[in-house]
Design a protein around this ligand. Structure first.
Ligand code: FAD
Length: 382
């Protein structure tokens, strides 16, 4: 496929670096990570060293302060590794959790934490979802109560938290004003690993993204310093919503890379596979199936880069980004279903990458805003 119009030389260089990393350091190790149920810390450090975690961070902290086009270009390439859990975990750190610190942190908070997060020496997690609900962020129940002017005390639980076991820094959404209606009484906090009262209650077992650690957390009288408030008191909901834009663009880019890679390996497979006196590719129905997927993914690729470009122009693009998340979350599943089908019985075997990829894709229509929730965002703007 030809490069999207928005790609500049700096984006191409970043993609080349990511492609080499995927070939040399992800593909040989991915199965072991799946088995272990997490991405090793050394891999976070390596990704930090390669500059992958600082592309949206200010230069003064060690970042490269690039645009959203760079961000989607990077995660598209990482997703082509075929290990969905790697993109899920690493992007949850740099594009979903870290932006809360970058955008709303004080200078002191950034000085203390951001360089290590950019270098991958520390890992971060975003903790919003609760056992009683994820789509309805305004309904969250975890409480943060002020203790004089010295500290905040958190109580409650969070679920499905990516990097939940490994993280050193958790960005936590909690209710600070129980009287305020829904969205108005929520505040973000920084909670650091080993804070008494922060318990990783359970490592969760999952259908896909098996190399990504996902955990349930319990805050039990977890006392944090007063200055660990992140952004303005009672404005946390807006910070979460604001950052959803970033998160959903990255989700679109991850789906894009996964879908492109699935089509590539499946096309190769059907061109090699002999049946009925020719190859599977000789069957028009097979060719048209793949051509149809290629066409839809190409449309999704343009929407992905268009959203990133709009974001870079400072244009409000909630509608477009919601379309992207809904479209790519569904499309990647359609692609995986058809590509697995074209692999036949081998596609059903765990030794086949397409089997893992089709399990990994399922979460794309759920996490970070389910398709139905995204369509509501689109509908509200029609
Ligand atoms: C692997 C994984 C990793 C995750 N990582 C994180 C993380 O790091 N941090 C974090 O905070 N959260 C994380 N999540 C949580 C994720 O964002 C939520 O699962 C998601 O927002 C859906 O919330 P829920 O699971 O509570 O489903 P619910 O809110 O109960 O929704 C269930 C289903 O109901 C439907 N639905 C919901 N609302 C509507 C509506 N308004 N209209 C029509 N239909 C609707 C949808 O089909 C939806 O899938 C992760 C989830 C998974 C599976």
């Amino acid at each position: 496929m030809k490069d999207p119009v928005f790609l500049q030389d700096e984006h191409r260089m970043l993609k080349d670096t990511a492609r080499r990393f995927v070939d040399e350091e992800v593909r040989p190790n991915g199965d072991a990570w799946e088995e272990a149920g997490e991405i090793p810390r050394e891999t976070y450090r390596r990704m930090g060293e390669l500059g992958f975690f600082g592309i949206r961070s200010p230069e003064q902290y060690g970042g490269t302060d690039m645009d959203a086009v760079a961000m989607v270009a990077l995660w598209e390439e990482i997703a082509k590794s075929s290990y969905g859990g790697l993109g899920g975990s690493a992007a949850a750190h740099s594009e979903m959790a870290m932006p809360h610190l970058i955008r709303y942190g004080t200078d002191a908070q950034k000085d203390r934490l951001l360089p290590d997060l950019i270098e991958g020496k520390k890992v971060s997690a975003i903790t919003v979802t609760e056992p009683d609900g994820g789509s309805d962020v305004a309904g969250l129940k975890t409480r943060a109560v002020r203790k004089g002017n010295d500290s905040w005390v958190l109580n409650g639980s969070k679920v499905f938290i990516t990097n939940g076991c490994l993280a050193d820094v958790y960005m936590v959404a909690a209710r600070t004003d129980p009287e305020a209606k829904g969205s108005r009484g929520i505040t973000m906090f920084l909670v650091e690993k080993d804070t008494p009262g922060l318990n990783v209650a359970k490592r969760l077992d999952k259908h896909g993204w098996r190399c990504s650690d996902t955990a349930e957390l319990v805050f039990d009288d977890c006392e944090i310093p007063f200055e660990n408030i992140l952004g303005e008191e009672n404005k946390g909901f807006y910070a979460v919503m604001d950052n959803f834009q970033n998160e959903r663009m990255v989700a679109g880019a991850l789906c894009l890379g996964e879908a492109m890679h699935a089509i590539e390996i499946t096309t190769q497979h059907v061109k090699d596979r002999k049946a009925f006196g020719g190859t599977l590719w000789d069957k028009q129905v097979v060719r048209h199936k793949l051509a149809t997927l290629e066409m839809k993914v190409e449309a999704g690729r343009h929407l992905t880069y268009h959203c990133a470009w709009l974001d870079g122009q400072g244009v409000n693009c909630v509608k477009e980004v919601s379309m992207l998340k809904a479209y790519m979350g569904e499309l990647v599943n359609e692609v995986m279903y058809d590509c697995l089908q074209l692999h036949g019985g081998m596609g059903f075997m765990t030794e086949s990458p397409i089997e893992r990829m089709s399990r990994d894709a399922r979460v794309a229509a759920i996490g970070g805003g389910a398709t139905e929730v995204m369509l509501e965002e689109v509908a509200k703007r029609m």
